[in-house]
Each structure stands twice: as structure tokens, then as C-alpha cells.
Design a protein around this ligand. Structure first.
Ligand code: ZN
Length: 184
């Protein structure tokens, strides 16, 4: 069996150990079923390598494609919702895009619960801030899940109390196959 290699960390393995990306119209896409016949590359199925890929000069790939890969290895949506539900009256949450951007920049917010159906430019912004300010991000699928809990429109939730942050992180079920966690 031919060996494949992750273009980010250079680990070797079999095809099934990796995600494939393929070049389509000068951009790489997540080739989920490994069916695209174009030039491609392999990436480990872990958040660290996907994160590296986002900065890799040689591979022009959009955040949406990276998120698709992350989604494959990260299954916490339901669980984080269940964790948040009893906390709905907590004073440790910060709501709103601008409020959270501000809170992160002031080093107050250390955990963000981010639906991936918010405006892509905010996703990009939060991912940038995450790296700069060492914030954890838990992605969920739909912001309407948050409305069901908080009974108002919620784009994103920031958590600033360290104990609450750790409490949530400890409770989130992690179902990644490799060493990393689903939490970025
Ligand atoms: Zn790798």
C-alpha cells in the first residue's frame, strides 16, 4: 500500500489516516470522498494540522473547507448545548459579536461558543483572535440552538470566568480520533 504523508507535520500513514484536499480552480477544497482526480494533498485528521494548513502558503484553502474538516473530527454540538442549558441564567456569559471581540482583546474572554452559521467574516475574525489571545473556541452547528436556550437571538457566547471555562471544557465530550481535542 502506498504511503501518504501529511503536508503539515510530515507524518506518514495510510490513506484512511488522512483527509485529502484537491486543487479545483486554483483553490484547494476538502475532497471528502477522495474522488477528485486533480492534484491533491493529505492532512492528518487533527485540529493542529488543519490549523497549520490554514497558514500554509502553498495551499490556498478557504476557512469553510477547513471547517468541514474540523466538523468531521469534532462532534460536541449536542453536548455543549446540554451543558449550556442549565447555565442559561449565568452571569458569566457575554453575548454579541462586538462585545466578544472587545472582551477577547481585553483578555477577559477565554472561551467562545461559536455557531458556524454566523457571518463568515466574524468566524475568520474570531479564529484570528483565538490565536493571538489564546482563546478556546467550541463550534456548534446552528445559532438557533442558542436561541432555544436563551430565548433571544444569540450569535456567539463568550465565557470569562476561569472556573466556568474549565468546567465547560471538562464536560465537553471529545470525540476526536487523534490526540487533539475538538476544541480549537
Ligand atoms: Zn499532520
Amino acid at each position: 500500500m502506498p504511503e501518504r504523508m501529511c503536508v503539515c507535520c510530515r507524518n506518514k500513514g495510510e490513506k484512511k489516516d488522512f483527509f485529502r484536499i484537491s486543487l479545483v480552480d486554483n483553490k484547494y477544497i476538502f475532497d471528502e470522498n477522495m474522488k477528485v482526480q486533480n492534484r491533491g494533498a493529505y492532512i492528518c485528521k487533527n485540529p493542529q494540522c488543519i490549523d497549520k494548513l490554514s497558514k500554509h502558503k502553498k495551499y490556498n484553502i478557504e476557512i469553510a473547507e477547513l471547517l468541514k474538516m474540523l466538523k468531521k473530527i469534532q462532534k460536541t454540538g449536542k453536548n455543549i448545548i446540554d451543558i449550556l442549558r442549565p447555565m442559561k441564567n449565568s452571569e458569566y456569559f457575554i453575548f454579541g459579536i462586538d462585545e466578544n471581540i472587545d472582551g477577547i482583546k481585553k483578555n477577559k474572554i477565554k472561551l467562545l461558543i461559536m455557531p458556524v452559521d454566523i457571518n463568515k467574516k466574524y468566524i475568520d475574525e474570531f479564529i484570528k483572535l483565538k490565536e493571538k489571545f489564546n482563546v478556546k473556541i467550541i463550534e456548534i452547528e446552528r445559532k438557533t440552538d442558542l436561541r432555544d436556550i436563551f430565548l433571544k437571538d444569540v450569535n456567539v457566547i463568550g465565557v470569562f470566568d476561569k472556573k466556568v471555562v474549565n468546567g465547560i471544557l471538562n464536560k465537553v465530550e471529545v470525540t476526536n480520533e487523534s490526540k487533539g481535542t475538538r476544541i480549537g
